[in-house]
Design a protein around this ligand. Structure first.
Ligand code: F6R
Length: 244
């Protein structure tokens, strides 16, 4: 793992932006795996600004999001589909036919099968990740097999609380209890992985991911098996690392 420790969220976002734009420019037909949540918000803002100012084009880019809440239509303001359009796609020149977010409605079996097929046909060049305070990546909660592919999952209470704090106007009853997520195996199949972790509440998960023995109770520790992972961590999230 290539661990880059930076001062704060702004610096982490700038570094991640450099890597993302390098990927897009060096291969304008890249398949990008994308994340939602609060972590990539500034990165997405930098990508929108750069597209507007410098004309970086996304016309040939294909995107594949990690996850979606189950039970929310793509038009629901708290759905991850809506989040991606609002925070990124609407202001890029991306072809919306090339944008993929798992469906959080309808037959779970059909959707998970279709998404796995899509990922097989479109190997991901760069997978962007955040990390949950409990160590989840995508919505692969503690206990998820490292061999998992796209699946339906029940969210842990701590994830529901974290997400209610940041989204859903703090209303825990509105946070869906289930989601559809790429599995850990899908994530590990990406050619490169870029994970951003910022803030004190990520410090325990970051330590587990980097320094503890790989184990299913800390899903992000599966990344130890990948040979091209860049972790961009701010000082607060890196505070429990012993080998800096
Ligand atoms: C989002 C996702 C999640 C988040 C994680 C951190 O698509 O897959 O794993 O990256 O929950 O969320 P934030 O960034 O809000 O702390």
């Amino acid at each position: 793992m290539n661990v880059i420790i930076v001062k704060d969220y702004e610096e982490a976002s700038q570094k991640a932006f450099e890597i993302m734009v390098e990927q897009v420019k060096s291969n304008p037909n890249s398949a990008l795996g994308l994340a939602t949540g609060s972590t990539p918000l500034r990165l997405y803002e930098l990508m929108r600004e750069d597209h507007k100012k410098n004309g970086t084009t996304y016309k040939g880019i294909r995107t594949f999001n990690l996850d979606e809440y189950y039970g929310l239509a793509p038009t629901h303001p708290q759905s991850y589909h809506y989040f991606m359009c609002h925070n990124l796609f609407d202001e890029l020149d991306i072809d919306m036919n090339n944008v993929h977010v798992p469906k959080g409605e309808g037959s779970i079996e059909e959707e998970t099968e279709a998404y796995n097929k899509l990922l097989e046909e479109n190997p991901i060049d760069l997978q962007l990740l955040g990390i949950g305070s409990n160590g989840h990546i995508g919505f692969n909660e503690p206990g998820t097999s490292f061999d998992s592919t796209t699946h339906y999952i029940q969210l842990k209470e701590s994830t529901i609380q974290d997400n209610a704090r940041l989204f859903f106007n703090g209303n825990i009853d509105e946070v869906p209890t289930h989601a559809v997520t790429m599995g850990i195996k899908n994530i590990l199949q990406a050619k490169k992985v870029l994970l951003i972790a910022c803030g004190e509440n990520k410090a325990i998960a970051v330590k587990g991911m980097v320094e503890d023995e790989k184990n299913v109770e800390l899903p992000a520790s599966a990344l130890q098996d990948h040979d091209d992972v860049t972790l961009i961590i701010d000082e607060a999230a890196a505070s429990l690392l012993t080998k800096k």
